[in-house]
Write a protein that binds this ligand. Structure first.
Ligand code: PLP
Ligand code: TYF
Length: 394
């Protein structure tokens, strides 16, 4: 049987990690995989998470199964974190999932079950796992324009024009904040315009939010999903705790299905539990429980917020430093977009050949589409990167 398997394409982000590891140069710079790193290049366990782990170790009395959809305390904590008061508890069905990716997968399976002919619209470009999973599930898929290669901002006119061609019942996947891979994001008023179009065309928003707190702050980053929850009849949200709690390997995510009509919630909740059962029975609990402890304890929550804000403002400072360094070297403002982008990533707009040149000549590792992880920089590497960018003729 196994001989019938065919080799699958590698994940270009993850293969870059291996190439970086194998590079013997000690001045190499890793701007590849989307993992937060401090100025020392470490991805530490957050203080509040460490404290919650100790609390859990001391107080946890059983590791028996949770519910099929995970723990209700976690659903509530995540609903409040992502949606605030934009949706009442009885409007939201929720299930814990293995990471944000698990939530995306379960959301797509729900869409396929409920509306097999719905096309899922993706931003061009998007996180490569979106089209990969959709293709694997055999679902119809289309792209809407999103990134403007000239301004390195959002091609908002193109986005609205393309979404206008979607048919009623189609699903539109939107990055909640901190767009991966471009770093270019919708403004609050653009979210309002998108919401207006979605409602008028009867399109269903599906928000993937994996970086809440990494852009302009926890509440500002959730403007989009909250506005949609208030204005749309139905929506799906896949939220990840990997980045903002720094618990990548614990695999904590949540899928939320929001409906203006609370009478639909029980059926949707049952479906989410069913989908978990089909795929892995019970979802992982450890990371979810840490998140619940941190969010539910005033002192831990305050400490988490402080550390998260330090991460966020540190990345903003690196963005500004890089934009300034490039202003100086090029005598122009054409890299100012780096300071306007938000989140971990910016798409630089370099060609594949320029990306390869920066890797070979300067040991700078970015994804071949010229996505850079800003958190991979520090005070020493910013000028090195700026030199590399100029030398490559970007
Ligand atoms: N969605 C986007 C856009 C991402 O970049 C990520 C990356 O980590 C995820 C979802 C999900 O991450 P995880 O499955 O590690 O929680
Ligand atoms: O985009 C990134 O770098 C992160 C991490 O298959 C990641 O989202 C990358 C690839 C992948 C899973 C996670």
């Amino acid at each position: 049987m196994f001989e019938a398997l065919t080799a699958q394409p590698a994940d270009k982000i993850l293969s870059l990690m291996a190439a970086y590891r194998d590079d013997p140069r000690d001045d190499k710079i890793d701007l590849g995989v989307g993992v937060y790193k401090n100025a020392l290049g470490e991805t530490p366990v957050m203080r509040a998470v460490k404290a919650a782990e100790q609390m859990l170790w001391e107080t946890e009395t059983t590791k028996s199964y949770t519910g099929l959809a995970g723990d209700v305390g976690y659903h509530n904590a995540m609903r409040e974190l992502v949606l605030g008061t934009a949706a009442a508890p009885d409007q939201v069905a929720a299930a814990a999932t293995p990471g944000g990716t698990g939530a995306i997968r379960q959301a797509l399976e729900l869409i396929k079950m409920a509306s097999p002919s719905a096309t899922v619209w993706l931003s061009a470009p998007t996180w490569p796992n979106h089209p990969s999973i959709i293709r694997y599930l055999g679902m119809p898929m289309a792209e809407y324009r999103y990134f403007d290669a000239t301004t390195r901002g959002v091609d908002f006119g193109g986005m609205l024009t393309d979404l206008d061609a979607a048919k009623p019942g189609d699903v539109v996947l939107l990055h909640g904040c901190c767009h991966n891979p471009t770093g270019a994001n919708l403004t609050a008023s653009q979210w309002q315009e998108v919401a207006y179009l979605l409602k008028a065309k009867q399109l269903i928003p599906f928000v993937d939010i994996a970086y809440q707190g990494f852009g302009d702050g926890l509440d500002a980053d959730a403007f989009g999903p909250r506005h949609l929850a208030k204005t749309q009849p139905e929506m799906l949200i896949a939220a990840s705790c990997s980045k903002n709690f720094g618990i990548y390997r614990e695999r904590a995510g949540v899928l939320m299905a929001v409906s203006q009509d609370p009478s639909k919630t029980a059926l949707t909740q049952g479906t989410l539990a069913h989908l978990n059962r089909q795929n892995y029975s019970f979802p992982p609990d450890h990371g979810a429980r840490l998140v619940t402890l941190v969010l539910g304890d005033d002192a831990l929550r305050a400490d988490w917020l402080e550390e998260l804000d330090g991460i966020r403002t540190g990345m903003l400072a690196l963005r500004q430093n890089l934009a300034d360094a490039l202003r100086k070297r090029t005598n122009s403002d054409r890299f100012d977009f780096l300071a306007q982008h938000r989140g971990m990533f910016s798409r630089l707009g370099a060609t594949e050949a320029q990306v390869a040149q920066m890797r070979e000549n300067h040991g700078v590792y970015m994804v071949s589409d010229s996505r850079m992880n800003i958190a991979g920089l520090n005070a020493q590497s910013v000028p090195v990167l700026a030199d590399a960018i100029v030398a490559a003729g970007v």
